[in-house]
Design a protein around this ligand. Sequence first.
Ligand code: ADP
Length: 163
Amino acid sequence: MTKAMFPGSFDPPTLGHINIIERSAKLYDKLYVVVADNIAKKCLFTAQERIKLIKDNFINHDNIEVLSYNGLTVDIAKELGVDVMIRGVRALADFGYEFELAMTNKQLLPGVETLFMPTDPHYFLLRSSAIKEMAAFGADISKMVPANVANELSKRVVNRNNL
Ligand code: ADP
């Protein structure tokens, strides 16, 4: 049985994330989506909220599990016994950072491979931080995030100090 994980902040999950999750789940028997619960990073949504925002988009997907962690990615990878770590890449700018991260993780945990999955061209420009900012200024973000995320973003009083 091959197991993979897709780690990230997902604050909030975008259609770009959802697309990577859907495609990865087809490649492996089990996919863990691991939401970073990092107290040092200020997030708009709590880890539990982010888990629910992702889960609600994958109700009928038996091989997808969504959970949070608050340590090193390699530690949770070891704990879950995954073979592969998936990372989505949008552009060259992402690649430099992602490549270094993959090198570091390989040193820390040689048994786990990193797979870079290029974004779907439709979602090339989607970035959680930019979407929160657009939402705070009242822009229409309904084509950038799943409907449940669009709802939550609009319900929440998103002001610039929250970002
Ligand atoms: P962000 O970079 O938007 O703050 P995360 O830390 O939540 O995102 O990213 C988790 C993973 O998802 C990373 O591998 C990131 O490169 C990838 N990702 C983020 N947005 C997209 C997108 N639009 N298309 C493909 N992958 C993405």
